[in-house]
Every structure is written in structure tokens, then in C-alpha cells.
Design a protein around this ligand. Structure first.
Ligand SMILES: C[S@@+](CC[C@H](N)C(=O)[O-])C[C@H]1O[C@@H](n2cnc3c(N)ncnc32)[C@H](O)[C@@H]1O
Length: 189
């Protein structure tokens, strides 16, 4: 499984993703990302691996601007439909890779990602990129990275990694030179 396989997977499941995702997470995960990224009206927030816009749509009413990035044109196409249907007019979606996020350094006040780190060929690079696009003093929050034994997730969810130990996550944040690190359970296993 490499990033081309991951992209092919999401291109194929884009029409079904909203239903697939709902078996894993509900809006509580957006609330947690908003809380941990200190989301507020004045902020621009990058949503990495935005998919069909689930997190972007949830954050948009609470912040100034959402910038979504995803490698799958089909997922982005569904996201544009979803955001349009909800009347969201402060989200901008761009095709790009998590290893090289197509935004200038310090573009945003915060960067968030839900259910994306499993798909990153180099997880520490994803955190470095999230830190790069976030201004100094901003916040980076990720959800869904707990280590698990489910090999089937590699084929059925295009996971490159079966999650990460807490120490590995702390290491990724440290490598990205992020400070004030926190790790919490959402109680959504
Ligand atoms: C499991 S989905 C999560 C989508 C969304 N964050 C959500 O909560 O519903 C993972 C998303 O990450 C995107 N993705 C995976 N690998 C990527 C990469 N290397 N660069 C950019 N996006 C990627 C996929 O296309 C997909 O939309």
C-alpha cells in the first residue's frame, strides 16, 4: 500500500465515504478538533485530508476560513457538493498531498486532521507540514491515530499504518518542533 493505492481507494469510495465514515465517527470528533485547535471566529484553519468535507463543514461556522487539502479529486468533488448544500461559503478546497501541503508557511492559525495519519507514507512529514502551514503560536490537532491490531484495515480502509503508540505520536509532534503537546482519549473506540 503506497500513496497511489491510497488515492485510488478514495477515488473509488468517494460516493460512499459519508456513510462509511459515519460508522467510525460522529460530530463529537469535530468538537474535539475545534476545542484542541482553539477554533474561533478570527481563525483560518487548514483541514488536512479533508475528504468529503465532514470536518470542514463542521468547523466552517465557527471560524473565519477553512482551507481543505486532499489528494483525491473525487473526494473533493463530493466535498464541494456537501459544502454547497450546507451553504458553507468560507471553505476553499485544494488538491494536494499531505507530504507537501500546497499552502504557504504560516498561512493558518491552526491545522487539523481526522482519520488521515494512517494514510501518510511518512507520518512525521505530515506533522512537519501541518506545523509549517500554521503560524508560530498556532495549534495543530489530529484525531484517530490509536494503535490497533486490525490487519483488515489495510485492505478495507487503505491504511498504511495500523495506528501508532502514544510515544510515537509524541515523537512526531516533537520532530515537528511543536510544543505544549497533549494526548487525550475521545472515548470513541
Ligand atoms: C479516512 S479519509 C478522512 C476524510 C475526512 N478527514 C473525514 O474525517 O471524513 C482520509 C482522507 O485523506 C486523504 N488522503 C490520504 N492520503 C493522502 C495524501 N497522501 N495526501 C492528501 N490526502 C490524502 C484521502 O483522499 C481521504 O480523503
Amino acid at each position: 500500500m503506497d500513496s497511489a493505492d491510497v488515492r485510488a481507494f478514495f477515488e473509488a469510495v468517494s460516493a460512499d465515504w459519508d456513510e462509511m465514515r459515519s460508522s467510525f465517527y460522529n460530530e463529537a470528533v469535530i468538537d474535539s478538533l475545534a476545542q484542541h485547535s482553539r477554533a474561533e471566529r478570527s481563525m483560518a484553519v487548514v483541514d488536512v485530508g479533508t475528504g468529503t468535507g465532514f470536518v470542514a463543514a463542521g468547523l466552517a461556522p465557527a471560524v473565519g476560513r477553512v482551507l481543505g487539502v486532499d489528494s483525491s479529486p473525487a473526494m473533493l468533488s463530493v466535498a464541494r457538493e456537501n459544502l454547497g448544500a450546507l451553504g458553507v461559503d468560507n471553505a476553499e478546497l485544494v488538491q494536494g498531498d499531505i507530504g507537501r501541503i500546497p499552502f504557504a508557511s504560516a498561512t493558518a492559525d491552526a491545522a487539523v486532521a481526522n482519520m488521515v495519519l494512517h494514510h501518510a507514507p511518512e507520518p512525521s512529514s505530515m506533522l512537519v507540514e501541518m506545523a509549517r502551514v500554521t503560524r508560530p503560536g498556532g495549534w495543530v490537532a489530529i484525531t484517530d491515530e490509536v494503535e490497533h491490531p486490525y490487519e483488515w484495515m489495510r485492505t478495507e480502509q487503505a491504511d498504511i499504518w495500523l495506528g501508532f503508540a502514544e510515544a510515537e505520536i509524541a515523537g512526531f509532534f516533537a520532530d515537528a518542533r511543536l510544543v505544549e503537546y497533549g494526548y487525550a482519549s475521545l472515548g470513541m473506540q
